[in-house]
Ligand binder design. Structure first.
Ligand code: ZN
Length: 632
């Protein structure tokens, strides 16, 4: 989104085709920031406030809650010929004139690189207070981290030069879209790991600069991604990072018999981890998305928290019923945090934990609130699941079971939900006749014939579809009262064929496609964006207790407690086709109490996989299993 931002600001939201700005919480965040620059408060502009709320943008939160912007963006930029005075923009102090495709691509790459560098810089500036952390800056320099964003970006620009009212003018969008799609698919032919761009050889060659901690190797592989070497003396560095961002569990490290053990992170995984902290997050937000207020700070749940949420809930329910039994046992399990009230000051946590806190706040005060509050927001791993705790926890679980007369499963498993729309590429590309879920679209002309109320025209289109050009020309001449030759139809068909043809063994393949238009993509895009926000809302509902990693409309990645996984996956799938009725998604218009509807994806298919995993199993391996399950 931060790449699209300068373009949206210069040319308005309609330049965005995929994803759309309509119903897009990131757009409403940008709009709110722009208004606030003009000293206007979005709360005082009812129409915008309403639209933002419908899009799921929470103004008070200060940032879009869910990741709903896909990794692919399609923009239509204005013409330099018709509007030369308007076809320029500025970002990061650089001006771009849209006359040269190569320059546009360079400009976009520069924005991307500059956002990445800004992100690294804000992290280093926020944490670099100790001499050990100075090492980080050196390592980042050495491996050229600044020049190597963790995701490669590919940009293709298609220029359309068509005289007004020429044949090409009518198919300009289609041709441009075809050009960029094929350029991108050629560019994506070879995919290498982004870490290949790091200067690792040089880095290891100068190994003498990084003396290892005593009794340790000089280099370790990162314990999260396993791909890139961990930063030197990673455990000592992690200790300093934890204290510099005041989150002692940010990177897991333990001192055992005087020696450190724990997670060893590479620069990429380190940056990811640090950007989630309360200290750094506001800076990152400002760097990437701009800021209109001090944001409510997020707390990202760990998978063990997601796994254990229903157990936490059972303990709190039982404590509400029989505090005299449960609270003493709970006190044996956890040490209440004294700073609990401070932690709650910006009261944003993982939604289900937030609900638990509310529940506790209504019933308990003082010491009892502290111990239950610590249970609610504490990381489940250190609270319940490690070492000597087990015996005490199982005593607590037994008591809870007695009070509630039901089984409070202390679950160490969570569910990963991964979904992907079937044939989305073909649909976006206009290749509808090759989409399995749409068997009715056999032939473009037959399809068009069903759209016209004019029976004669319908017949003519069917004849063209059946290659009966003579007959079609005759009928057309009669109907129009002027001569239309079969050659004329043939000429038009050749033009259509040229636009629609893709490499295929089947000669008639082009007839199963149609020309894509901005309107077609805008409708699809609106539907995907609405799905993305509604799916996020369902999964993160406190009753479900899930956490959305990414939701892009057709694809989704989320984690949820085991108990809720099947149901919420079914909800996700139902939304894809349309809810409450097939083909449409309902949006409540809060103020007028009227419903509005957005098209959904109807009959199109979506595959979903649920993978159950132990919270200690490496997340990257769980993700691989989920992807494989989805392929099957
Ligand atoms: Zn890593």
């Amino acid at each position: 989104w931060s790449i699209a931002l300068p373009f949206v600001k210069a040319f308005g939201p309609d330049i965005l085709v995929l994803p759309t700005a309509r119903g897009n919480p990131f757009f409403y965040h940008t709009l709110t920031c722009m208004l606030s620059d003009q000293r206007l408060r979005v709360e005082t502009i009812p129409d915008i406030k309403k639209a933002a709320e419908l899009a799921g943008y929470e103004i008070g939160l200060g940032y879009p809650r869910h990741a709903v912007v896909p990794a692919k963006i399609t923009l239509i930029l204005p013409s330099t010929r018709s509007y030369p005075q308007d076809a320029r923009l500025t970002a990061d102090g650089k001006e771009l004139e849209l006359s040269d495709a190569k320059k546009i691509a360079e400009f976009i790459n520069e924005i991307y690189l500059s956002r990445w560098r800004g992100l690294v810089k804000s992290i280093l500036e926020t944490i670099s207070e100790t001499s050990k952390l100075e090492v980080l800056r050196k390592v980042f320099d050495y491996i050229a981290l600044n020049d190597s964003p963790p995701l490669p970006l590919r940009v293709a620009v298609a220029e359309v030069n068509a005289a007004p009212h020429s044949k090409d003018a009518y198919r300009a969008y289609h041709l441009a879209f075809r050009k960029v799609s094929s350029a991108l698919s050629r560019a994506g032919g070879l995919k290498v790991s982004p870490s290949a761009a790091l200067n690792l050889t040089e880095y290891t060659r100068n190994y003498e600069q990084y003396p290892p901690a005593s009794g340790e190797l000089r280099f370790y592989a990162c314990s999260v991604c396993g791909e890139v070497p961990a930063v030197p003396k990673s455990l000592e560095v992690a200790e300093d990072i934890n204290s510099s961002v005041s989150e002692d569990k940010l990177v897991t490290i333990e001192r055992r018999n005087g020696r450190l053990t724990g997670e060893r992170l590479c620069p990429f995984c380190m940056i990811k981890r640090i950007s989630t902290t309360r200290k750094v997050f506001p800076r990152i937000l400002e760097e990437l998305l701009e800021k209109h207020r001090g944001p409510e700070l997020p707390r990202f749940p760990s998978v063990s928290s997601v796994a254990a949420i229903n157990f936490k809930k059972a303990v709190i329910d039982a404590a509400a019923k029989r505090p005299e039994t449960i609270l003493p046992l709970l006190r044996e399990v956890i040490k209440p945090r004294e700073d609990i009230n401070e932690l709650l000051a910006p009261p944003v946590t993982y939604g289900p934990e937030q609900e638990l806190l509310k529940q506790i706040g209504q019933k308990f005060k003082g010491d009892d609130f502290q111990v239950l509050g610590t249970l609610a927001i504490g990381d489940a791993e250190d609270l319940l699941l490690v070492g000597g705790q087990r015996a005490r926890v199982s005593k607590l679980a037994k008591a809870v079971r007695k009070v509630l007369s039901s089984e409070p499963a202390l679950n160490t498993y969570y569910a990963m939900i991964k979904g992907d729309g079937d044939d989305v590429g073909k649909i976006v590309d206009g290749g509808i006749g090759n989409v399995k879920a749409i068997p009715t679209f056999k032939n473009l002309f037959q399809y068009l014939s069903t759209l016209t109320p004019n029976k004669d025209l319908g017949n003519v289109l069917r004849m063209i579809g059946d290659n009966k050009l003579e007959e079609a020309a005759q009928r057309l001449s009669e109907g129009l009262g002027r001569e239309v030759s079969p050659e004329k139809i043939h000429e038009l068909l050749a033009l259509l064929k040229e636009s629609l043809e893709v490499e295929s063994e089947d000669e008639d393949n082009w007839k199963r496609r149609f020309l894509v238009s901005p309107a077609y993509h805008a409708a699809l895009s609106r539907s995907l964006m609405t799905l993305a926000t509604q799916i996020s809302k369902e999964i993160s509902d406190p009753r479900v207790g899930g956490f959305v990693v990414y939701s892009g409309g057709d694809d989704v990645l989320a984690v949820s407690p085991v108990k809720a996984a099947l149901n919420v996956t079914l909800t996700v799938r139902s939304l894809y086709g349309g809810w409450p009725s097939m083909g449409f998604l309902k949006q409540n218009d809060i103020e007028s109490e009227k419903d509005s509807f957005v098209p959904s994806l109807g009959d199109l298919g979506q595959s979903l996989a649920i993978t159950y995993a132990h919270y200690r199993y490496p997340l990257s391996d769980v993700l691989k299993s989920a992807i494989n399950a989805l392929k099957e």
